[in-house]
Design a protein around this ligand. Structure first.
Ligand code: GLN
Length: 268
């Protein structure tokens, strides 16, 4: 027999940041919404929760244990080898929803799970391409495109190569590249240590990908189109500078915590 209070207590004792949220998610996942209002859980659901708790107490992220997570209201498979979609990344999709339409041509670079291009394709009807280099992440990308029935063309390639899809001009380029600094990599939360370094580490100052990706793709953007990049906590000014150097006019958008989170560089 296991109850919300017991799950919560086990998670809190293991140092989980938000034990209330995770206890709720576990009950919902293995015993259904009704269990939140019921007493205790028994049988198969109990066994599943105990196994999940064992892994979670061991430091594995909840999203990997479930093997899936939600982003922009859509389901995505996740697991070892792919970055877990973060809520702040939904800002990129908000920008797409505001500015794009069914006739738009879009590319997402360093796609990982595919949460960005899949959500943009579904919400705007834009024609989306997605670029991902790493094998495990690429297999999540293709599975998630299929899971959501999204019209996204995925290619396994290096996103720093601005010659991909020759002849195509893009109304918008999106990317949430690896941007953590050397210092941040050395002090990662234990959950994040389960995620692939290739999806997190952006070189010693975290800016390597912006420095190479923005100039490589700026010339592929239609006049009036834009490059929208997610950035780390104190990178928006540096990324704005890189955008300006590439001939784009940058504007910073803040997240719910008031942190500059996305830089949108428009091509005039
Ligand atoms: N937002 C992620 C984190 O804080 C990093 C993702 C990225 O590097 N793009 O762990």
């Amino acid at each position: 027999m296991v109850s919300f209070a017991e799950i919560r207590k086990t998670l809190a004792a293991a140092g989980v940041f938000d034990p209330d949220f995770e206890a709720r998610e576990m009950l919902r996942e293995y015993a259904g919404d009704g269990a939140l209002f019921g007493g205790s859980v028994t049988g198969e659901a109990e066994t599943a929760i105990e196994e999940a708790l064992r892994r979670r107490v061991n430091g594995e992220p909840l999203q990997y244990i479930f093997g899936k997570w939600e982003f922009y209201g859509y389901p995505f498979y996740v697991g070892k080898g792919v970055l877990i979609p973060r809520p702040e990344t939904e800002l990129l999709v908000d920008i797409a929803v505001k500015r794009l339409s069914g006739g738009s041509t879009v590319i997402d670079l360093c796609s990982g799970s595919g949460c960005i291009p899949v959500s943009i394709a579904l919400r705007t009807g834009a024609k989306c391409r997605a670029v991902e280099l790493h094998e495990e992440a690429f297999s999540y990308l293709t599975r998630n495109i299929e899971l959501n029935g999204a019209d996204v063309e995925a290619v396994r390639a290096d996103a720093l190569d601005g010659t991909l899809f020759p002849g195509v001009t893009f109304d918008a380029v999106f990317s949430n590249p690896p941007y953590l600094t050397g210092e941040e990599m050395r002090t990662l939360m234990r959950e994040v240590r389960h995620e692939p370094e290739t999806a997190l580490y952006g070189g010693e100052d975290g800016l390597d990908f912006y420095r190479r990706m923005i100039p490589a793709w700026a010339g592929r953007i239609a006049h009036g189109g834009f490059f929208a990049a997610e950035t780390g906590d104190s990178q928006s000014e540096a990324v704005s500078g890189i955008m300006r150097d590439a001939g784009l006019s940058p504007e910073t958008i803040t997240d719910y915590a008031g942190i500059g989170r996305v830089v949108v560089g428009e091509r005039q």
